[in-house]
Write a protein that binds this ligand. Sequence first.
Ligand code: FAD
Length: 128
Amino acid sequence: MKYLIIGNGVAGTTAAENIRKHDHTGEITMLTEEGTPFYSRIRLIEYLAGEANEEDIVIHSKEWYEKNNIQLLLDAHVSFIDQDAEEAVTAAGEHFSYDRLLLATGGTSFIPPISGSSIRVTDHKRCR
Ligand SMILES: Cc1cc2nc3c(=O)[nH]c(=O)nc-3n(C[C@H](O)[C@H](O)[C@H](O)COP(=O)(O)OP(=O)(O)OC[C@H]3O[C@@H](n4cnc5c(N)ncnc54)[C@H](O)[C@@H]3O)c2cc1C
């Protein structure tokens, strides 16, 4: 069985970890467009403040993937999924076939169109 997971955040990583618990021999491949393996998003603030370096916030180093026989590809932005051919294609033109595909690509934040939501914090004080 070939499992392809797109996304190397907590969702994709937890899925990979649990698939491996149930399938000891299946081929698990994870693709992420980022250049760093799974890191703590919560600790990004410390990283940006210069209070932690990159290694400090990485949760699973490359050794973890090797130990669990999970192939992790960094800097691999998936731009197209061909459902008929059962393969994902990266922006660099690499093709990854799969039997099972998991999209764990996270979400995109946005400000909902609620009246007053465009008011900045500094203006908000003035409105009270
Ligand atoms: C600064 C900060 C602080 C936070 N604090 C908290 C907190 O205290 N408590 C809490 O519950 N949550 C917190 N969150 C939110 C939490 O981190 C997210 O809910 C969580 O990371 C979502 O995990 P995910 O795996 O679904 O997606 P993500 O972590 O967003 O991972 C998505 C993955 O998909 C990859 N990807 C996306 N598109 C593609 C593509 N086309 N090709 C290849 N790869 C792709 C990305 O590279 C990434 O690896 C915080 C987030 C941030 C940024």
